[in-house]
Design a protein around this ligand. Structure first.
Ligand code: GLA
Length: 380
């Protein structure tokens, strides 16, 4: 089980590339490519469809390296798509909410878009009040990535590469980022990041999928039960910029050490919930050492869907969809309402470059940036 024979079948049907890996247990995973849509500048965007033998199907496009859909069964075997998204490329081009995308170079906010590195001051694009958010005006979520169907750990994989030129959105250095998506027969969506640069820069990308384990567009996420393996979070100011300290979650609505319903305390009279308009904070994982560890679990009692988040990252931004307001018209023409989905963005802490006590996000020439996050789906 889980051990794959090197039985790799790779053939072309029309313009569609199909890659199939058959395991010893006769389980297989297929990955194929189809046309998705055309950008205004004429560039054709492709969609990549993964399917396994356990009813999991994942679609990804090479625009924004976006996860378009994740279909998984509930406890009765009913399939739902559990991430928000759009029906066509135009939706993603216009999207203001980063649905499913890889955000970067640096996810979340950088205070006033300013940072210093090796004695030099940098000014990044400002796109969120007075701050820099999710890589700037044209972040990685709005870029065309170069796709390659490949193999990773014996599984069919989609490698998406983006070369971010020196100076883009104010960041130094030509940065090459590869994001590799794979699915397994254990219903994991596996995301591997690999980056290099030719000048010292900062890098902290993440995936910005919005989950609703009842199915995208099926109500809010207030009954979802969340567990975060974190004794501390990083409190923020009015602009959602970290104050620089770690604060204990104990006795606060930030305590998810034991599973808690998200809605139970989200409207509490709490200073941090007020500035976040709900949950929009970074949690500091316990015992972080850069190896892959279980950081978060999410359970939706009615469907029985359960999601586990494993990561090599030191933190997670849990965002409870507070800026969704019904104006994003998503898949099947559904309007996505307030708190109808949540993000679990595994990453280094926001504004790390301006807080020397946070783990570093600096990447230098000759170094290799490597991170991994797995979203695993099951039922109980
Ligand atoms: C992140 C941030 C939020 C918000 C969303 C996008 O998760 O933490 O404050 O900006 O992205 O709407």
């Amino acid at each position: 089980m889980g051990l794959y024979m090197n039985k790799l079948i790779n053939f072309i049907v029309g313009s569609t590339l199909i890659l199939l890996i058959t395991g010893c247990d006769d389980k297989s995973i297929s990955l194929y490519e189809e046309d998705y849509g055309v950008l205004d500048n004429g560039i054709l965007i492709k969609q990549y469809i993964f399917e396994n033998d356990n009813q999991m199907k994942v679609k990804i496009i090479n625009y924004g390296a976006i996860v378009v859909s994740i279909e998984v069964p509930d406890k009765k075997g009913k399939i739902n798509d559990v991430v928000l998204g759009y029906d066509s490329i135009d939706g993603y081009v216009q999207d203001p909410s980063y649905f499913g995308a890889i955000v970067g170079r640096v996810g979340n906010r950088i205070s006033k878009g300013k940072f210093s590195l090796d004695g030099k001051d940098y000014a990044l694009a400002i796109n969120n009040n007075e701050n820099h958010l999710h890589g700037g005006i044209q972040g990685f979520n709005k870029k065309v990535w170069t796709p390659e169907i490949t193999e990773s750990n014996g599984l069919p994989a989609l490698k998406l590469t983006y070369l971010s030129p020196d100076g883009e959105e104010g960041y130094p250095g030509n940065l090459n980022l590869e994001v590799t998506y794979t699915i397994s027969n254990k219903n994991e969506l596996i995301i591997d990041y690999f980056g290099t640069t030719d000048k010292a820069t900062i890098l902290n990308p993440t995936n910005h999928s919005y989950f609703n384990l009842s199915g995208a567009g099926n109500g809010d996420i207030l009954d979802h039960v969340l567990k975060i393996n974190a004794d501390y979070f990083t409190p923020v100011d009015k602009g959602l910029i970290p104050l620089g300290n770690h604060e204990s979650v104990l006795g606060t609505p930030m305590d998810f050490l034991n599973p808690k319903k998200i809605g139970e305390r989200i409207n509490n009279d709490d200073n941090q919930l007020k500035v976040g308009l709900g949950y929009d904070h970074n949690w500091v994982f316990n015992n972080w050492d850069g190896t892959l560890k279980l950081g978060v679990t999410l359970f939706e009692p009615e469907s029985g869907r359960f999601m586990e988040v494993f990561t090599t990252e030191p933190g997670v931004q849990f965002y409870s969809g507070n800026f969704l307001d019904g104006t994003n018209i998503g898949k099947n023409q559904k309007a996505y309402q307030y708190r109808s989905a949540l993000c679990l963005e595994t990453d280094h802490f926001p504004d790390s470059q301006n807080n020397s006590n946070f783990p570093s996000v600096v990447l230098r020439p000759g170094e290799e940036y490597k991170q991994k996050t797995i979203y695993q789906f099951s039922t109980k």
